[in-house]
Design a protein around this ligand. Sequence first.
Ligand code: FAD
Length: 475
Amino acid sequence: MARHHVVVIGSGFGGLFTAKALKRSDVDVTLISRTTHHLFQPLLYQVATGILSQGEIAPPTREILAKQKNVRVILGTIDTIDLASQTVTSHIGGRITNTKYDSLVVAAGAGQSYFGNDHFSEFAPGMKSIDDALELRGRIFGAFELAELAETEDEINRQLTFVVVGAGPTGVEMAGQIAELAQRVLRHDFRAINTREARVLLVDAAPQVLPPFGSKLGEVTKKSLEKHGVEVVLGAMVTELDERGVTLAFKDGTTQRVESACKVWAAGVQANALTRTLSDQSGAPLDRAGRIGVNPDLTLPGYPEVFVIGDMMALDNLPGVAQVAIQGGKYAAAAIDGRVKGKAPGKAFKYFDKGSMATISRFSAVVLVKQIKISGFIAWLMWLALHLVYLTGFKNRVTALGHWLVSFLGRGRAERAVTEQQVYARRAIQRIEGGTKSLASSPEEWNKVRMELEEQAAEQARLTDQQKRGVSASA
Ligand SMILES: Cc1cc2nc3c(=O)[nH]c(=O)nc-3n(C[C@H](O)[C@H](O)[C@H](O)COP(=O)(O)OP(=O)(O)OC[C@H]3O[C@@H](n4cnc5c(N)ncnc54)[C@H](O)[C@@H]3O)c2cc1C
C-alpha cells in the first residue's frame, strides 16, 4: 500500500522545517518550491550591500535534504491547489506537473506590497528574493559609479541620494548599510566624487522607527541611525515614485520632492496569492495583508488535511517572522505524524516568542526579548551569534564569518560584483508578454521538434539506402 503522501509548498522557513520534522515519520514527502534554494531572508540586505554572497544565505534545498530519504524535492511554481481532488499543479518553463496529496502544508510566504501603487516597483525593488537583493546591489553600487561620471552638481546629488522606504527592520538595516558604504567603505575608491556627501533618507509614514520594538528602542535606533549619517524622515507618505525621485506628503498637507536615482522599497507585505485560491474554495477569510484565517491547529477551515503556515496565515495577530513559520512547520509535521499513527489530535498551536532583533550598522543593534531591551554593541554581538547559529550549513557559517570579519573589522566588501543584467533583467522580463514562461519551450514544442528531426533522419537514411544521393530528381 502506498504510504501517506505529504506535499509541502515552499522551501522557506516553514516548508523546510516541515519537511525536516517529518524525517522519522512513516510518510513520503514531496517538497515543491519555485526556487532551488532555501532563503535566509533576514540577511538579504547584506547581499544587497556587498557583504555576503547569495550562496551563503541561499543553500540548495536539495543538498540540505539529500540525506533524508523520504523527501523528494521538485522545482516548480504552484499555480493551482484543487482542494476537492487533493491535487496541486505546478509549472516550470512550459512543463506542467500535477501532484496528488493526502496532507498538504502550504508555506509559500509573502511578497512586497506597494499599497496599491504597484508601478512604484519599476524603480524601487523590494527585498524579498535573491533577485531583489542582486538588483539592489547593482543599483546601489551603480549609483556611485554614475555619480563619478556625472557632469552637473544636480546629477551628482541625484545619484548620491538614496531613499529607503519603510522604517521596519529591513529598512533600518538597509539605510544603515548604505550609509556605511558611503561614509566608510567607498570613501577612498572614487576620484571625482566625495562619497561621504551622499544622503541616505529613511522614510516612513509612521511616527517612529521599528514600531514593533516599542517607543524606547525606536528612539535609540533613530538616534543611532542619525549618528551614522542617515536622515530619518517620519510621518511622510510616498505619493509619487518615478525614475528620477520620490514625492513625500506630510500630515500638515505639505509635500516635498526628493531627487533620487536609487530607491529601496522595504515597506508593506502581501501574503502569497495562493491564499486567494484557498479562500475562494474554502470560504476562509483573508485579512488586509491577504493572509488567510486558519483554525487554532493551523488547518484550513473545512479541510483538516490542509495546513497553512508562516507568512500566509492569519492567527491571533501573530507576526510575519521566521520563528512563527519554523514553529508552525514543526507543529504541522507533528500533527500529520500523529494522524498517521492514529493518535488523538494534540493541543492548539502555541507560539513561543524568542524575541526580535535588528542591526543598525556595524557594532550596533537593538534586541527585544520579552520586556528586556538591549541596544548597542552587546545587542550586536547577540545578533552575530544568533545569525551564525541559524545560518544553514557549516560551510556557509564559516564563509559568512570570514566575510563579516572583512567587512566589520576592516573596510572591505567581498561581494561587490555587479552586472548590467542584475539591474535591468527584471524590468525586461516584465515587458515580455507571458513572462519567462514564453522564453522556455514546452514538452509539446520539444515533441514537434523531435518529430521534425526524426522525419529528417528517416529521409537521410532513405536517400542513402536507395542510393539516391547525387541523382537528379528529374533523371
Ligand atoms: C528582508 C527580510 C528580512 C527579514 N528579517 C527577519 C528577521 O530578522 N527575523 C525574523 O524572524 N524574520 C525576518 N523576516 C521574516 C521571515 O523571513 C519570514 O517571516 C519567513 O521567511 C516566513 O517563512 P515562510 O516559510 O512563511 O515563507 P518564506 O520563507 O518566504 O518561504 C516561501 C517559500 O515559498 C516559495 N514559493 C512562493 N510562492 C510559490 C509558489 N507559487 N509555488 C511554489 N513555491 C512558492 C518561495 O520560493 C519560498 O521558498 C524577514 C523577511 C524579509 C523579507
